[in-house]
Design a protein around this ligand. Structure first.
Ligand code: ADP
Length: 443
């Protein structure tokens, strides 16, 4: 069912309900008027009742000849009917006895405790309301049909115009979606509207943008990975082809270089998989309470030999002896390891690396945080590179000949690991002076 049909139907149902309601209200109002009119003439009503009861008593407990009797108060009423055991004995006025029984005011007549008859009466006012009611009821079918017809036509016209206006943004949205499906030019949605359609359009556009972003990222990742795989594969292929063509066995140095490239490939594949899982939120953390100071000491011990090789002075200071955090050890160790090996790699021989771990408070956050600073006196990162270094495969020095086999994914993996623990990494750097990477982890 289209929106237009639904609107037409609901409007028609509404009109019928309004008419029925009017009918009900008139009906109820009639009885209310009738009873109010009774209150005005209450004394006269009671006197007439007494007159009838008296007639019954003096007539030897019988209504015989009542139709020829004269009742003084009957003159003040427009209509009267007396009924005993369902038969009508007296009638005065123009209304039929049945009509009066339905619309008149009922008085029960007693002889002692015994009911001896029923008197139905109407004074002038009651009669007038009765007349009005009957007139209204005779007119109602005509008025009803006419107004129903009129309102129906008017409603149809309004609905037609209204639904055209109402559904026009929907049609635009459908067109927009169709153009997205066809992969055509940027879809146009009625975003400027201030109503729900504007909100839907905005949400759709944002959804489309983020899907397009995700698609771009996916394509970029594919091409980056292919590019990264190409160089080591070409080196391996070249060496093997040469050996094959010349028939000479591979020298030990060539074997070592091939092994290096194979290791680089395997590291790359491992890192890409790891990062994809982290980014997709598919890595389930199994956190346990760990002492962050101890974890940092662990990483320092593992990397000390690299620093010593380059005569870099590596020092660590934990402000508190125990800094408990709920983390998955291997994930935090991986992040710390990546940051520390970077610091060692990008620091010239004879330089310094300082590590500091402490608890701290962050503005606008209630819970305390653990803060780890990794400060090096290395080559630093330029302002242009700084915003991109956490991107996959981004290398500030644009050379991939890092002997330790950097894949360009180290910082991205470190960042995803810390984000997964609801923390974050900040970086400050001055070219030629060094860099400071700071990790915040909730405690
Ligand atoms: P890579 O495998 O190339 O080290 P990363 O993701 O770990 O990849 O780092 C990205 C880039 O950030 C590096 O290529 C380097 O240019 C820059 N970088 C990271 N850490 C440091 C540092 N401590 N000092 C200077 N530059 C750094």
């Amino acid at each position: 069912m289209t929106i237009r049909t639904k609107l037409t139907l609901s409007m028609s149902v509404l009109i019928v309900f309004i008419l029925l309601f009017l009918l009900g209200v008139t009906h109820v109002q009639f009885y209310i008027f009738r009873d109010f009119a009774y209150l005005e003439d209450k004394a006269a009503f009671e006197s007439l009742r007494e007159e009838f009861e008296q007639y019954y008593r003096t007539n030897g407990d019988s209504w015989d000849h009542v139709q020829s009797a004269r009742f003084e108060y009957s003159g003040s009423f427009a209509e009267i009917v007396l009924s005993a055991e369902g038969e009508f004995l007296v009638q005065q006025g123009t209304l039929s006895a049945d009509e009066l029984r339905k619309n008149g005011y009922k008085l029960v007549l007693f002889e002692g405790d015994r009911r001896v008859g029923r008197l139905y009466v109407m004074n002038d006012k009651q009669y007038k309301t009765y007349e009005f009611k009957t007139m209204w009821y005779t007119m109602l079918p005509n008025i009803g049909i006419a107004s129903l017809l009129f309102t129906f036509i008017a409603a149809l016209l309004t609905i037609f115009l209204l639904s055209w206006r109402l559904t026009s943004p929907i049609r635009q949205i459908i067109q927009g979606i169709a153009s997205i499906q066809k992969g055509g030019a940027a879809a146009v949605f009625p975003e400027r509207r201030k109503d729900e359609f504007g909100a839907i359009s905005k949400a759709l556009r944002e959804m489309n943008d983020s899907l397009a972003d995700a698609e771009r990222t996916r394509k970029q990742l594919m091409s980056d990975v292919a590019h990264e795989l190409k160089t080591p594969l070409m080196i391996i292929q070249g060496e093997l082809e040469l050996a094959h063509e010349t028939g000479k066995p591979l020298s030990a140095a060539k074997q070592a270089s091939i092994l290096d490239e194979v290791l680089r490939l395997s590291r790359l594949v491992h890192d890409v998989l790891d990062l994809s899982k982290l980014e997709a939120g598919m890595t389930e953390l199994r956190p346990r309470t760990e002492n962050l100071a101890a974890l940092l000491e662990d990483v320092v011990e593992k990397t000390r030999y690299m620093a010593e090789d380059k005569q870099i002075q590596l020092s660590m200071h934990a402000v508190e002896e125990s800094i408990p955090v709920s983390v998955e050890k291997s994930r935090i160790l991986q992040a710390l390891y990546n940051l520390l090996t970077n610091a060692i790699y990008y620091t010239n021989p004879g330089g310094q690396i300082r590590l500091l771990v402490e608890t701290t408070h962050v503005p606008n956050r209630q819970q305390p945080y653990a803060r780890i600073r990794i400060e090096d006196s290395g080559v630093g990162i330029s302002e242009e590179d700084l915003p991109h270094i956490f991107n996959r495969f981004y290398r500030a020095d644009h050379s991939r000949a890092r002997p330790s086999g950097g894949t360009g994914l180290g910082l991205a993996i470190a960042q995803q690991n810390i984000l997964a623990h609801r923390g974050w990494i900040e970086v400050r750097s001055v070219v030629g002076e060094g860099s400071v990477f700071t990790i915040y982890l909730p405690m």
